[in-house]
Structure formats: C-alpha cells, structure tokens
Write a protein of this length. Sequence first.
Length: 307
Amino acid sequence: MFSPSLWFLLTALGCTLAFIEIPEEYLAEIREDQAGESAAGEYNYDNQGDDWQGTCATGEKQSPIDLIFQDSKVSSISRLRFNYYNQSLRTPLVITNNGHTANMVLPVTRDGHRPYINGALLPGDFEVQSVHFHWGSRDSKGSEHAINFERYDVEMHIVHKNTRYETMAEATQHWDGLAVLGVMFKSVNRLTTQHYGLNKIFNQLPRIVEYQSNATITGQLNVGQLLGNIVTGQFYTYNGSLTTPDCAEAVTWTVFDDILEFPHRQIAKLWNLRDSRRKPLINNYRSLQDTNPGIRDVYYRVIQDSI
Ligand SMILES: *[C@@H]1O[C@H](CO)[C@@H](O)[C@H](O)[C@H]1NC(C)=O
Ligand SMILES: *[C@@H]1O[C@H](CO)[C@@H](O)[C@H](O)[C@H]1NC(C)=O
Ligand SMILES: *[C@@H]1O[C@H](CO)[C@@H](O)[C@H](O)[C@H]1NC(C)=O
Ligand SMILES: [Zn+2]
C-alpha cells in the first residue's frame, strides 16, 4: 500500500510516474521546493526581471553581475571541496517544469549521505538541494552572469543550503544561508560523451514541455557528473542574491570560469518548454545587476599547487 500522500501524488500525476515508487522523504523535499517556488508569487521574464519588486528592486548585493577579472581581488583562496559528489544518488530523480525553469530536487545518496560543499570562501558546510538552468532562445544567449563582458548559452545553478539552517525558507533569511555553484554552457555542434549525467537530464526535457509536468530519471547519477569535465580550481566568488523573486541576499556565489561544452541538439530542447501561460519558456535569465564595488568584493581564485 502507498501512504496517503504518495497515493495523492500518484493520482495527480497520471501515468508518467504511476509505476515508479518515490520515497516519502524525497517527496517531502520536492513539496518543500515547490512551496518555496509558490511563495515567490507570480513572476515572469518579460522584462528580464527589471519589473520585479521588493529586494529585487532595492537590494544592493544583487545577482547576477558581470564578473570581471581586472576588478576582482585575486587571492589565495583554499580549494572548493566536494563531499559525496561522486556517490550515486537514490533514484528515481524527479525533474519538473515549474514554469520558470527545469528543476530537479536532488535526493540523498544511495547510502544516505547528503552531498555537500565547503572550503573556498564558503561560510560553512552547504548541502546540495537542487539543480536548474537558465537559457536563451534560438537567437539569444541565456546565461545570467557574464564573465569579462561575455554571456554564454546556458547557465546551470546547483543550489546548496547551509547545514546550520533547517529549511530553505529559513536559509534565505540569512546572508550565509545558501551557496550556489554556477556553470556556463557553450553550445557546440558535436556530440560529447563526457556528459553522461547531464545528457540523462536533457533527454527527459521533451517530457516536461508543459508547465507542472514532471519526468523521472533512473539509473546511476551523481552530483559530480553535473559538472562534466570542467576545471573547478578557478572561479569567481562573491556575496549576492537569488536571481528570482524575492531576490534574497542570501547567496555565496561560486561561478567557474571554465566553460562546459554541450551539444546544441541538447540545449535546443530547453527552448521548447512552456510557462504557466503556455508561452515559450525562453530567455529565463535576469538582467545584470550593479556590482556596487563599494559595498562588496568579487574574488577570483587561481589554481596554485600548494593549497
Ligand atoms: C570519490 O571521491 C573520493 C574523494 O572525495 C575518492 O577518494 C574516491 O576514490 C572517489 N570514488 C570514485 C568512485 O571515484
Ligand atoms: C508533477 O505534476 C503534477 C501535475 O501537474 C503536479 O501536481 C505535481 O506536483 C508534480 N509532482 C512532482 C513530484 O513534481
Ligand atoms: C560576505 O559577507 C560576509 C558578511 O558581511 C563577510 O564576512 C564575507 O567575507 C563575505 N564573503 C565574500 C565572499 O565576500
Ligand atoms: Zn538560477
């Protein structure tokens, strides 16, 4: 027998997930994520976020920004440490079109560990929560951050929560609540075999074209695979915000300057998604925000042998 909530979900889902059992613990996480998404209220990308209110309009440590090498403090930051990033996650994983992006809540590993990051300038241990993407369209690039004035085709965000806070809702109320890893994708015309995990995710996109549809991913997947083959030793890091309402200034950003090359054929699948108005979900990126160098610094880490 299913628990009542699982039963409710399976009824709501119709056939897509009907025969795949999803652990109650993971369902609870998905529900928490969706509650957070609902709490943000209605918003869209018609003006790239320039019409969003509240902290989005008044904040002084907003994201995304242009990450400029010349304006950064190049310092000997210790490396970013990835813990349990190479351990297989419990499956199935659920990927959802939430009207603003393709979002996947990440469960614990098969042996019950929650992958986390620390090191670099992170103020604590940050457990992985979810991954989502920002993209453009056939004619435009869709990364949120820019690196040395250049924007890229897609930007992936891997969202982490400081272990000192119980919930995402609580974490967003503190400057040290969240850590997001940003990875830039550049579209290439050849197929790459190096991105097993990402290909698994992108292969499901045709099944989540409609708003609130979801699909499952089974088999072996670990969080490390999301990073493909990029060099993680060089990155920009700074204090910023969520790039969606309410734009809470709760994020330590780490944006890698090594670019992940990803097949155009896969990226094109993102442009077919639809939002809650059944309009094409394209250009779901926020415009660049003021860096406000008097108020915050942007740091750049270079690879050094001894640290
Ligand atoms: C996983 O990462 C650890 C270090 O974090 C390493 O010692 C181990 O060999 C890795 N395992 C696999 C299967 O890659
Ligand atoms: C999947 O889609 C259904 C129907 O739109 C939605 O109500 C439900 O919350 C989604 N479930 C998950 C696990 O995301
Ligand atoms: C972020 O802000 C906190 C609190 O003001 C500060 O201690 C920390 O050094 C800042 N981190 C970065 C990366 O600038
Ligand atoms: Zn994002």
